[in-house]
Design a protein around this ligand. Structure first.
Ligand code: GLV
Ligand code: GLV
Length: 352
């Protein structure tokens, strides 16, 4: 079989998996972002499967080219797949793969890192030290925010969102509210067990609830962490109106996808509310930031690296390779947003 990977991935396991399943792998590039024309060229006249990146737009015409080259599978090396036109892939008979599970903890840990960095002004204080400005210890130097006893709000309580919620509820005794169209019973059972444990020990306990509306979560949270998929319904979910509903000294964390937040409105909001903090791993026009964002002291920014640990990226690479190897061998992939379409069901019908 001929398989292409639009970028070189991490570790060797992914290559070993593909070799074991008789796939000859061609890596297109180490560093650059391929245009769709270059991808068409790389697919050529015969290609059984592709490992692709979130920086590429996989649309109907690309899937058509892949189908005509005899392709059966497109494996996105990411859990998010907003860069993939899944219905177009389905129409062309192409199974789409993604990498759920392996990156849950890494991504959640980055969300929590951004919470701590924002709450305790770690980046501002680091810059202050490096600039040689630490001359005298003062009782009110870099006052930040205490998390214990405050409320964390989770929008999108799937694998990553619920893990962030548990890390902050258990680790920092934060109260928790979440909003999701699906009830996450496992998440609720863990929160309830922790709440009961605390009340039995006589310590101050936590409260948690599933909110009826997203606005309720937005209004009541001291830390609001966003974890939905990006689609038409979540584009600019945090717009100017919803930002206004947040507490003036709250923190907004986004490790999902940039366009979930109206970044221009966020710049405006952070400028007008110096006590408000934002921690961002993703941006609307990556790799760019909207004008003004980088000048705000109350914003912490990192370059879409929430899943970037060695273990996690090796795992994602291997999982993406397994998705390709499985489909080529007529087996179900590990993670897929459309494989059920081929047996007449939709992932939309399956709760997390
Ligand atoms: C990274 O953003 C991913 O979706 O895996
Ligand atoms: C702070 O350094 C303290 O000792 O309270």
């Amino acid at each position: 079989y001929r398989v292409i990977s639009t970028k070189n991935l991490v570790g060797n396991l992914w290559l070993e998996i593909l070799q074991k399943y008789e796939c000859r792998v061609e890596v297109c590039t180490d560093r650059g972002v391929l245009s769709n024309e270059e991808i068409v060229g790389a697919i050529g006249s015969k290609c059984d499967g592709v490992l692709g990146q979130l920086t590429e737009k996989w649309d109907d015409s690309l899937f058509n080219v892949l189908k005509r080259a005899g392709g059966k599978v497109f494996s996105n090396v990411a859990v998010g797949y907003d860069n993939v036109d899944v219905p177009a892939a389905t129409k062309n008979g192409i199974v789409v793969g993604n990498t759920p599970g392996v990156l849950t903890e890494a991504t959640a840990e980055m969300a929590v890192s951004l919470v701590y960095a924002a709450a305790r002004r770690v980046v501002e204080a680091d810059q202050f030290m490096r600039a040689g400005l630490y001359k005298i210890w003062l009782p009110d130097l870099f006052l930040g925010k205490l998390l214990t006893g405050k409320t964390v709000g989770i929008i999108g309580a799937g694998r990553i969102g619920s893990t962030v919620g548990l890390m902050l509820a258990r680790g920092n005794k934060m109260n928790l509210i979440y909003y999701d169209k699906y009830q996450n019973k496992q998440f609720e059972a863990k929160l309830e067990a922790y709440r009961e444990y605390l009340s039995h020990t006589g310590e101050s306990t936590i409260e948690w609830r599933r909110a009826d509306s997203m606005e309720e979560v937005i209004r009541d949270s001291d830390v609001l962490s966003l974890h939905p998929n990006l689609d038409k319904t979540t584009f600019h979910l945090m717009n100017s109106e919803r930002l206004q509903m947040m507490k003036k000294d709250a923190m907004l964390i986004n490790c999902a996808r940039g366009p979930v937040v109206d970044e221009v409105a966020l710049v405006e909001h952070c400028r007008e509310n110096p006590q408000f903090y934002a921690g961002l791993d993703v941006f609307e026009d990556e790799p760019l930031m909207k004008p003004g964002l980088k000048d705000l002291p109350n914003v912490v920014v990192v370059p879409h690296i929430a899943s970037a640990t060695v273990w996690t990226r090796r795992g994602m690479s291997a999982l993406a390779a397994m998705n390709v190897a499985a489909v080529i061998n007529d087996l179900p992939p590990w993670g897929s947003p459309n494989v059920l379409s081929f047996v007449g069901e939709s992932v939309e019908d399956v709760p997390p």
